[in-house]
Design a binder for this molecule. Structure first.
Ligand SMILES: [Zn+2]
Length: 232
C-alpha cells in the first residue's frame, strides 16, 4: 500500500487552506504538525475555516485546528476556542484550546481557563495553568496556588511556573505580612516576599520553634496577626 504524503510546502505556496485542513487528519504525525504550522503562516485568511474546523466530527482535525489557531493568535477565534475548552468531549481538544487561548493572551479567557484548572483530565489542567501564566493576570493567582497542591507533577509544575511568570508585582498589595505561629505563638514577619511567587510554593518554617506550614497558608493570610484589609 502506497502511503500518500501530501506536499505541505506546495499547499502553503498555493494558500490551499482546504488541502491543509484535510492534511490535519493525516496518519503520519509529522504531516498534521506541518499542516498546522502552514495554516498558522497563512494566518487570517485561514481563520474562518479553522474556526469551523473546531466543530469537525474528526477529533484530530479539531485538536490540530487549535494548534493552528494558537499560531495565528487572532482574537476572532476567542469565542470558538472558549466553547471548545468548555464543551469538547476530547481532552486533547480542550487542552489544545487552552493552549491557544494562552497564546492569544486575552483576559476574556481568564474565567474559562481558571475553571479548566478543575477539568477532570490532567492534561487539560496542565495546559490551563500554562495558559494562565502566559496571560499573566493576577486574578489567576489564588486558583493557581490551589493547583500547586495537585498530586500530578505536570499540573503542579505548570502552576508553579505560571505563578512565577505572573510575577512579583501582583504580590505587593498583600503587604505587610505578620503572622502568628500557631505552635509557639511567636509573631513573625519580614521580607519573605522578596522570594516572589516562589515563596508561595512549598513550606514556611517558624524561625522560633521550627514548625513548618504550607507557604500558601502563611502568605494566604491564614495565620495573620491582623486581618488584612480587603481591597476595594
Ligand atoms: Zn513557632
Amino acid at each position: 500500500m502506497i502511503f500518500f504524503k501530501p506536499n505541505i510546502g506546495k499547499m502553503l505556496n498555493r494558500q490551499d487552506v482546504e488541502g491543509l485542513i484535510k492534511a490535519l487528519k493525516h496518519k503520519d504525525y509529522r504531516v498534521p504538525r506541518e499542516a498546522a504550522k502552514a495554516l498558522g503562516e497563512i494566518g487570517v485568511p485561514a481563520l474562518e475555516r479553522l474556526i469551523q474546523a473546531l466543530k469537525d466530527k474528526d477529533k484530530d482535525v479539531r485538536t490540530r485546528a487549535t494548534w493552528a489557531l494558537g499560531y495565528i493568535k487572532d482574537a476572532k477565534a476567542l469565542e470558538a476556542l472558549i466553547q471548545a475548552l468548555k464543551n469538547d468531549e476530547i481532552e486533547y481538544v480542550r487542552g489544545g484550546a487552552a493552549s491557544a487561548l494562552g497564546e492569544i493572551g486575552d483576559t476574556i479567557a481568564l474565567e474559562p481557563l481558571i475553571h479548566a484548572l478543575k477539568d477532570k483530565d490532567e492534561f487539560v489542567r496542565e495546559q490551563a495553568a500554562e495558559a494562565l501564566g502566559e496571560i499573566g493576570d493576577a486574578r489567576a493567582v489564588e486558583p493557581l496556588i490551589k493547583a500547586t497542591r495537585s498530586r500530578v507533577d505536570e499540573v503542579r509544575w505548570a502552576a508553579e511556573d505560571a505563578l512565577e511568570s505572573i510575577g512579583k508585582p501582583a504580590v505587593e498589595p498583600r503587604r505587610p505580612l505578620r503572622w502568628r505561629c500557631p505552635n509557639c505563638s511567636s509573631v513573625l514577619g519580614g521580607d519573605e516576599f522578596s522570594q516572589g511567587w516562589a515563596g508561595y510554593v512549598g513550606t514556611v518554617t517558624c524561625g522560633v520553634c521550627g514548625k513548618q506550614y504550607p507557604a500558601a497558608d502563611v502568605y494566604g493570610g491564614k495565620y495573620d496577626v491582623q486581618p488584612r484589609k480587603r481591597k476595594g
